[in-house]
Write a protein that binds this ligand. Structure first.
Ligand code: SF4
Length: 453
């Protein structure tokens, strides 16, 4: 069995890795290791299961396998696979654009830009400046009923916010002080919810033994599912049409679950930090770039991907770049990652193994996942010179949509995760012009080289 490299650089979760082992719980890393090697055809983008005659796959080296049962070529398989992947986001692809792009086998960047336009509409006038949010496993409170939301819609978040107030007496009747709502994998400027973990760390949230309800939206990865069956935690999936009655029922179940916590399994965390969000003054940033006050801009985004050591590359990049007068900007899941380590404005620097003594690098947070549109606005407004974007651990469609759109605006984008496109020469060339893959060991050096530092 092949071994995954070191799982994470976060020293706060070591005790939970040990706890999972002692309790015989297989975490996402264990499952990943167990299923290696991953499907080679899928990794190249050469599989299809669009109809029941399949699934089909094309051998990249066989001249006898030029087309699938229905005649699709390698180029078509890869392109259609990537279109399906991009469509797996809350901002669905425009169907007309999709049909056209599929017929022509071109235009992945155009599709991503269409989705970004929808995101811009969704958060057009949102102001985040001055908002503070707590981050870390320590936001789970021992004497509250803890609810964790991952990738649920704003509509469901609003229902939860309202219902937790309406049901406060229910919480008290169960012996709790009230409900405590947290989110995983994002920052929530529009709701007063703390962020418990990035998407890759939600299993640790369940392992605290303090999570009473875990709700995952339609596009959430829901890694915490690996642990909930071993705990008292109620698990629920919130589709786009989740009703208020259903949400209320989850909260009532959570209140009962609170009374069933196993005291022997509770292991609280001291990991807690705070972040202050900022608004962007594009003109001022442009002036500061021109007069040399800042040497460049580094955008940090993307998910949490167990194919590389969790958090390592983004933290190493920050420690190498932010102290060189480069303005580092982050959002959403990556901001949660950086916030855990105290790298965000408003945070207390953590005594991290990643950073030596002396000045501590700091990153600005512009908001949640959807607020990436502000960074795209910044690039469109001041030009892409001296701007790089680092997506070391892209995981979801939203990560690639943001990376492609930034690249399409001229920003140099680096990633350490391969996209499933190498089965197509055309797609490899098209995406290769936009997003540069580099190995984890080269990642930080290449980031510095792009910024000419
Ligand atoms: S390649 Fe064609 S035949 Fe094969 S699964 Fe896809 S749609 Fe069906």
């Amino acid at each position: 069995m092949r071994q995954v490299r070191r799982k994470t650089v976060d020293p706060f979760v070591r005790k939970y890795l040990l706890k999972a082992k002692e309790e015989g719980i297989r975490l996402s890393w264990n499952r990943f290791e167990k299923m290696l090697p991953q499907d080679g055809f899928g990794r190249l983008g050469l599989t299809c299961f669009d109809c029941l005659q399949g699934p089909c796959r094309l051998n990249p080296f066989s001249r006898e396998e030029e087309r699938t049962i229905c005649g699709r070529t390698r180029e078509e398989l890869v392109f259609k696979g990537l279109c399906r992947f991009l469509d797996n986001s809350e901002f669905k692809l425009n169907q007309e654009d999709l049909v056209q792009a599929m017929e022509n086998n071109t235009g992945l960047l155009g599709l991503a830009r269409g989705q970004i336009e929808k995101m811009k509409t969704a958060c057009a006038s949102r102001q985040v400046s001055g908002i503070t949010r707590q981050i870390g496993l320590g936001v789970l409170k021992q004497d509250y009923i803890n609810l964790c939301l991952e990738e649920v819609s704003p509509v469901v978040m609003k229902m939860v916010q309202t219902l937790t107030q309406d049901l406060s007496e229910e919480a008290i009747s169960r012996g709790a002080k009230g409900f405590n709502v947290v989110i995983a994998g994002d920052i929530a400027p529009a709701f007063p919810f703390a962020s418990v973990s990035n998407t890759g760390g939600v299993e640790f949230a369940v392992l605290t033994g303090l999570l009473d309800l875990y709700v995952v939206g339609p596009n959430g990865l829901g890694l915490g599912k690996n642990v909930v069956t071993h705990y008292h935690t109620i698990y629920a999936e919130a589709d786009y049409g989740a009703s208020k009655i259903k949400v209320k029922d989850w909260l009532l179940q959570a209140a009962i679950a609170y009374t069933k916590r196993d005291k022997n399994k509770i292991l609280p965390s001291e990991e807690i930090n705070e972040v202050e969000l900022i608004g962007l003054d594009n003109e001022q940033i442009k002036t500061n770039l021109e007069n040399g006050e800042i040497k460049g801009i580094c955008i940090l985004g993307g998910g949490t991907n167990l194919k590389v050591t969790q958090d390592a590359l983004v933290c190493e990049a920050v420690t190498s770049i932010a102290l060189k007068d480069v303005l580092c900007l982050s959002y959403g899941n990556t901001a949660v990652t950086l916030g855990k380590y105290g790298y965000l404005r408003g945070s207390s620097p953590r005594d991290s193994v990643l950073v030596g003594k002396g000045r501590f690098p700091q990153v600005e947070c512009v908001g949640g996942e959807i607020d990436v549109v502000k960074l795209i606005d910044l690039v469109e407004s001041i030009g892409s010179q001296k701007i790089v974007a680092l997506f070391p651990e892209p995981t979801t469609a939203r990560d690639i949509i943001a990376a492609l759109t930034l690249a399409g605006a001229g920003v140099k984008v680096l990633t350490a995760i391969n996209l499933p496109l190498e089965g197509s020469e055309n797609m490899t060339e098209e995406i290769g012009k936009l997003i540069t893959y580099c190995t984890p060991s080269d990642y930080v050096n290449q980031s510095l080289a792009l910024l000419e530092l």
